[in-house]
Design a protein around this ligand. Structure first.
Ligand code: PA5
Length: 363
């Protein structure tokens, strides 16, 4: 059996993603300090709503924050994963340009529109055009250290968003949440890290369960964006197909498809339910009842519950578990979790042409 214990197993992780997780608390603290230090040149009462523009690893940070605070946010916060800003975004919309590399074309296109529309804008980035050109145009920058994979910089992209919401008074009492979330991250590193043997390490055990399966990850409310994070981490770190869906919506369509699941897919499908003790009572029932209906059509079902008090802590509890499990799954599959060659190749191909605004079809 392929082992997950011992320093030699980390040799396959050429970019040091697993070792990098050990720095999660430092990443949390540095990100918090950087976001607290950045000067915000507009008064808080100007902001009527927020749009966070980003893609992939830089967008999921925003999904997680919106998911954690959806009941406490005082203004609408939207995540934009597109070239174009929606029409309603205007001079009182805070546009957060979230791009780890600072070179993602969708985010840069949105950035130029935000400037055209005179939106208050701020960037969270390690550099690229966002960190140079847009900074020279007066866009404040929350700096992120370069040299990481965007998805490995999740805390560095996420914590600044929470700090900004707090500083702009767009959601109440976020400081205790941040403190508890930091402890959650510290505890995950000490209980799930590579130094903990598989017999005592839930993330390694989860990776073992997921071997030779196609994970179908379901979330709801606070865990809905976590399901998407797990899916993305299984895709990018472990290089496996994985799918995420959200309750209650999936009860209105997706469940029907399980009855026609082809046998080879049934044998591979491993359903992971991401539960949270504070989910709506009907959502709890939906998890139970939907599981009953679907279980005969999949190979296995795992149910995992978030632990913690505050929303951010409960969320990061699951995010850390999924992140570690996806990295260990890569090792079990004998693949290098770091490089994402498909994404790089696609970006290079796209970069061969300009990505400015397309001609207006109506013009
Ligand atoms: O994980 C990845 O590498 C991607 O999902 C990137 O985050 C995505 O392509 C966007 O790039 P960036 O985060 O640099 O804006």
């Amino acid at each position: 059996m392929f082992g997950l214990d011992g320093p030699e197993v980390l040799a396959a992780d050429s970019l040091g993603l697993i070792r990098g997780m050990t720095d999660s608390v430092a990443a949390f603290d540095e990100a918090r300090a950087a976001a607290e230090a950045v000067e915000l040149p507009w008064p808080a009462d100007v902001i009527t709503d927020v749009a966070v523009c980003g893609m992939g690893g830089s967008a999921i940070a925003a999904d997680l924050v919106v998911g954690a605070y959806r009941e406490r946010l005082r203004v609408p916060v939207t995540v934009v994963r597109d070239y174009y800003l929606p029409g309603w975004i205007g001079e009182r919309t805070l546009v957060v340009l979230s791009s780890y590399s600072g070179g993602t074309e969708e985010t840069l296109t949105a950035a130029s529109q935000a400037l055209e529309r005179n939106c208050p804008a701020i960037a969270i980035t390690s550099g690229g055009k966002l960190g140079s050109f847009y900074a020279s145009e007066g866009v404040p920058v929350v700096p992120v250290p370069p040299g990481l994979q965007p998805r490995a910089a999740i805390l560095r992209m996420l914590v600044p968003l929470v700090v900004l919401l707090h500083r702009l008074e767009l959601a109440p009492s976020l400081v205790p949440d941040l403190e508890e979330a930091r402890s959650t991250v510290a505890s995950a590193v000490s209980t799930l890290g590579p130094q903990v043997p598989e017999t005592a390490n839930p993330a390694k055990q989860l990776a073992r369960e997921l071997q030779r399966s196609v994970p179908l990850v379901w979330g709801a409310e606070l865990t809905a964006p976590v399901a998407v994070r797990w899916k993305g981490q299984f895709n990018e770190n472990a290089k496996v197909p994985a799918y995420a869906s959200v309750l209650p919506e999936l009860d209105h369509n997706e469940i029907v498809g399980f009855s026609g699941m082809p046998a080879p897919l049934s044998e591979l499908a491993l359903l992971v339910l991401l539960r949270d003790p504070r989910q709506h009572r009907q959502v709890q029932r939906r998890f139970d009842l939907t599981r009953e209906l679907v279980e005969p059509h999949v190979a296995r079902v795992l149910s995992i519950e978030a632990e913690g008090q505050g929303a951010l802590a409960r969320m990061l509890d699951l995010v850390m578990l999924g992140d570690y499990a996806s990295l260990y799954l890569a090792l079990l599959r004998a693949v290098d979790p770091g490089p994402v060659e498909m994404i790089e190749r696609l970006k290079q191909r796209l970069a061969q042409t300009g990505y400015g605004r397309s001609p207006d079809p109506g013009a």
